[in-house]
Design a protein around this ligand. Structure first.
Ligand code: GDP
Ligand code: MN
Length: 388
């Protein structure tokens, strides 16, 4: 679950990491009240969307008058913002953050992620902040420093030292102290909120030697949301793909992809393998959909409906290896969905496992039109042929 910048900054503020003062507005008539309480000029007007690269896309404006705060806010609110990370259609801006502008002297990059190969949280720090970290990694990898955190000892001051003492030019003692505090805080925030990402880019030093998180990004690990109930209120479903939102409601593991082959599979491993064979057959999957081992008829039906709603889908592959999920349950679910939504593309079915005979019979005795594949390879070839 992604948080907005203003939500991430609230968390930072509470945990002791300095952030600029700010006010959220959802309509331009709230601006004058905001500029009365927020120091400026300059003010910074920032579109709140779950995507980075806003600066270059016109979603961050530093302005010098209250009039220009209104102009910048009106230019963002209710309109799509297109950045490198949003795709060509952009995302609608529903909220704008108005902040006091700070005078930037230096910009750093600071984040914490899980390094899966080491199975440890990892602090990443770079003195080349402000720009895209991918670019820094590609051009000047030496400028990216990392510290793995042993969860037993936690984040150690000596580790902050490892990152900070390599700064060139060096930072004065007061600034070093503030940076160390921010790093310790980032680890605390990461841990306490079950984050998969905490990122500050840029973390700035102002001309008068103060440290501020000027940008903030937090992603919460979805698997931990059951014990992070307070954070659930911060969810903003407006930015999610509508089909992914439906899938979430029914506990289906569904991710939209760029291709045109819809696939419904049980089990994440089989879903991965199915995507691989679709690609090997020369086609591209439109989605990842794992209905799960314990899917019931309603979940199957809903999952199939979601695929049927996807306009880009040109052929559908159902690949089920029945275990706990019985093939007859699958067949009934598919028929239930077909009753609600017309199937306007070729359907290829490969069924194996528990109650497979009954499942096949149910499908064959229906008026559903479909092709049967004897194994996964044939299924992928058949489905790829439909779109080539
Ligand atoms: P992003 O482009 O989505 O990552 O948005 P950021 O919050 O990082 O803002 C983009 C850029 O705007 C930053 O890298 C800064 O250079 C600039 N910026 C943001 N806030 C301020 C500010 O208070 N003062 C100044 N001078 N620049 C700012
Ligand atoms: Mn940024």
């Amino acid at each position: 679950m992604k948080l907005h910048e203003f939500q991430a900054k609230d968390i930072f503020r509470k945990s002791g990491t300095p952030v600029p003062d700010g006010q959220l507005v959802t309509a331009s008539d709230q601006v004058s009240k905001a500029t009365q309480v927020i120091n400026g000029p300059p003010w910074v007007v920032k579109a709140q969307v779950h995507a980075g690269g806003r600066g270059k896309g016109g979603g961050v404006k530093v302005v010098q008058s209250t009039y220009d705060v209104v102009v910048a806010t009106e230019a963002m609110l209710g309109k799509p913002l297109v950045t490198k990370q949003t795709g060509p259609d952009g995302v609608a801006v529903n909220q704008v953050l108005i902040e006091e502008g700070v005078e930037i002297d230096r910009e750093f990059y600071l984040s914490m992620v899980v390094d899966r190969s080491m199975a440890m949280p990892t602090m990443i720090f770079s003195q080349a902040g402000g720009m895209e970290i991918e670019e820094v990694a590609a051009k000047t990898p030496d400028l990216i420093l990392k510290e793995h955190v042993n969860p037993i000892t936690g984040w150690l001051p000596s580790q902050a030292g490892n990152l900070i003492y390599k700064l060139d030019p060096p930072a004065p003692p007061e600034v070093r102290k503030s940076l160390m505090a921010v790093m310790a805080n980032v680890y605390k925030v990461f841990l306490n909120n079950d984050c998969s990402l905490v990122e500050i880019n840029p973390l700035v030093i102002t001309k008068d030697g103060k440290v501020f998180a000027v940008d903030a990004k937090i992603t919460i690990d979805d698997n931990a949301l059951f014990r992070q109930k307070a954070l659930l209120d911060l969810d903003d479903p407006r930015e999610k793909d509508p089909l992914e939102l439906q899938a979430e409601k029914y506990n289906l593991n569904y991710i939209r992809l760029d291709g045109n082959i819809g696939a419904m599979v049980n089990g994440a491993g089989l879903a991965m393998a199915t995507m691989d064979v679709i690609k090997m057959a020369g086609a591209e999957p439109a989605n990842f959909l794992d209905v799960g081992g314990g899917a019931n008829e309603e979940m199957i039906s809903k999952g199939f409906e979601i695929i049927l709603q996807d306009r880009r889908v040109k052929a559908i592959l159902i690949n089920i290896f029945g275990g706990i999920l019985r093939c007859d349950v699958l067949a009934r679910g598919v028929l239930a969905a077909a009753k609600k939504k017309r199937i306007r593309v070729p359907l290829i079915v490969r069924l194996e496992g528990t109650n497979v005979e009954e499942g096949r019979k149910i499908l064959q005795n229906s008026d559903l039109k479909f092709l049967v594949a004897k194994d996964l390879a044939e299924a992928a070839e058949l489905v790829a042929k439909q779109v080539s």
